[in-house]
Write a protein that binds this ligand. Structure first.
Ligand code: CP
Length: 291
């Protein structure tokens, strides 16, 4: 694997290979060491989970991370994304992890000769989030075929919804959407159901963050009691299937997509997703660095 730009570029065999490697690392399989490799993590948009879990994954694989901070770099002097990346290549960095607000920013980087791992592009895709979600589902159920998954909420502004719908469908799950009609993406070919239908029939309830930073005034739905209409709460928890799980990529808007008391409830995999993010990113780094 040369780059990881979006889930569209991965076959189901490659997805399963990454999931199995990540699960093996989590179970304690001996880790490869990349002590002669360097990586730079370029975050042009804020992040807690993705940035720190890449740093943790790099640390566990003995990869040397070369610090890069947008605020203290020459980006403020007008340096282009391509020139920043080409500079890191020129000084000897072996691979780049990049998060950027522009959809498909990586199209500008075709002249690079080092691998890129996409840490999220605008409302485009977030492949390592998708892979850690897949790992979490597979770890719980042991299969994808026939699972009912509902993706709930701010679909049109999300970089998680489309990749997860495509990957889960390829792997044999049935994926539906629920949430406010203003935030649906009707270009995606999947059923749209009410959250109450979804809660009763789904094995996986995948909540999305309400992304106010990406909303236009019309999309903001100011004044709506979101949780009552479209969020998980104690009443809906009661109606979930016995073995069903709740997921959320986080950060969470507590009391909006999910009430406080459910964030760490037995069915919630939210913090397990973060743990799995480290192992998934280790498996991706191992692939990209030639393991
Ligand atoms: N889930 C996710 O991408 O979180 P961060 O924005 O904190 O990286």
């Amino acid at each position: 694997m040369q780059n990881l730009l979006s889930m569209e570029h991965l076959s189901t065999t490659e997805m399963m290979d990454i999931i199995h490697t990540a699960i093996a690392y989590k179970k304690g399989e001996s880790l490869p060491s990349y002590a002669n490799k360097t990586i730079s993590n370029l975050f042009f948009e804020n992040s807690t989970r993705t940035k720190l879990s890449f740093e943790m994954a790099e640390h566990k694989l003995n990869i040397h991370a070369i610090p890069f901070e947008v605020a203290t770099s020459s980006v403020s002097k007008g340096e282009t994304l391509y020139d920043t990346c080409k500079t890191l290549e020129a000084i000897g960095v072996d691979a780049l992890v990049i998060r950027h607000p522009e959809n498909e920013y990586y199209r500008q980087l075709k002249g690079l000769n080092i691998p890129i791992i996409n840490g999220g592009d605008g409302s485009g895709s977030h492949p390592t989030q998708c892979l850690l979600d897949l790992m979490t589902i597979y770890e719980h159920f042991g299969y994808f075929e026939g699972l009912n998954v509902v993706i709930v909420g701010d679909i049109s502004h999300s970089r998680v919804a489309r990749s997860n719908q495509q990957a889960l469908t390829k792997l044999g799950a049935s994926v539906s959407f629920a949430g406010p009609k203003e935030w649906q993406d009707f270009s995606i070919d999947a059923p749209f159901i009410t959250l109450d239908e979804a809660v009763a029939q789904s094995d996986v309830i995948m909540l999305l963050r309400v992304q106010r930073e990406r909303h236009t005034v019309q999309a903001d739905l100011v004044g709506m009691d979101y949780n009552t209409h479209f969020g998980m709460n104690a009443q809906r928890l009661e109606r979930m299937k016995e073995n069903a799980i709740i997921m959320h990529p986080a950060p969470i808007n507590r009391g909006v997509e999910i009430t406080d008391e459910l964030v760490e409830c037995e069915k919630s995999k939210i913090f397990e997703q973060m743990t799995n993010g480290v192992y998934t990113r280790m498996a991706v780094l191992n692939k990209v660095l030639g393991g």
